[in-house]
Design a protein around this ligand. Structure first.
Ligand code: SF4
Length: 270
């Protein structure tokens, strides 16, 4: 009888670097549970790529696996290269919203468009957490950050909708208050052929929660739960009615030829 333990997948002797109450702990637990559920007893069939930021530390060096720490925002092109060279491996990118949708936003767009067969997990804590809580492209309108003390005056990017429109094979959004759904989404993302994307709305009590008057992770999780709306409900009510809410669910699920398949087909012509 197999029994799940995160210890089976983590390097021994290393202490995770996250603040108490950080959503990264839940994400690690859910991701490794998904890996276990898919029948993997170790991470030998995985390669992890990450950039810079708190969430980039999720896999590397803590997962007992091959991993690459790239410059800020550049994990996706490195992951693309790894996948083209080693197609038999599961290539997974972990990054924060600043890393993936901000500094690496251009790479996100083109990986989804090309349908590169990788999984991108974007941990959205709505600020640049590691560098002190500066405004990010995901910060909700009106919310205070260290660089927008009177409130953010820009509209946030909806990365899940963006990659869905661009042709991602799988795209889902959940929060750290939705553990069961998150595990399932990670399983589906790893299993799906083509570009798969999971956005996790995650709490940063240190550099965001306290600035918006939410004291600690329990209050942030309550905020996520009380303000989550299912995709089906959002479509029924109309998107203008759910502005500012966390719309959760599976946004894209389809099979279309991947970048490697299209390259092989092009190479075989004429
Ligand atoms: Fe987590 Fe925020 Fe601390 Fe970074 S700064 S480890 S995101 S709580």
């Amino acid at each position: 009888m197999r029994e799940f333990s995160v210890k089976n997948y983590l390097r021994s002797g290393l202490k995770l670097p996250f603040c108490p109450g950080c959503g990264a702990y839940t994400i690690i637990d859910c991701f490794l549970k998904a890996v276990f559920n898919l029948g993997y007893n170790d991470l030998r069939k995985f390669v992890f790529c990450s950039g810079i930021g708190c969430s980039a530390w999720i896999p590397s060096p803590y997962f007992n696996a091959d991993s690459i720490h790239t410059p800020h925002g550049r994990a996706i092109p490195v992951a693309t290269a790894v996948k083209l060279i080693r197609p038999e491996l599961n290539v997974v990118v972990f990054g924060g919203d600043g890393d993936i949708a901000g500094i690496g936003g251009n790479h996100l767009i083109h990986a989804a468009r090309r349908n590169v067969d990788i999984t991108v997990i974007m941990v959205n804590n709505m600020v640049y957490g590691m560098t002190g809580g500066q405004v990010a492209p995901t910060t909700p309108l009106g919310y205070k950050t260290t660089t927008t003390p009177k409130g953010c005056f820009e509209y946030p990017i909806d990365a899940v909708k963006l990659v869905s429109v661009l042709g991602a094979s799988y795209a889902a959004r959940w929060t750290t208050a939705h553990k069961k759904e998150l595990i399932k989404a990670f399983e589906e993302a790893i299993e799906s052929k083509g570009f798969s994307f999971v956005e996790v709305i995650s709490q940063c009590p240190t550099n965001f929660g306290r600035r918006i008057n939410l004291r600690g992770s329990a209050e942030m999780l309550k905020w996520f739960k009380e303000n989550s709306v299912s995709l089906e409900e959002a479509e029924k009510l109309g998107w203008d009615k759910v502005e500012g809410k966390f719309v959760v669910g599976v946004f894209a699920r389809k099979r279309r030829p991947t970048l490697a398949e299209n390259m092989r087909r092009a190479a075989s012509v004429g």
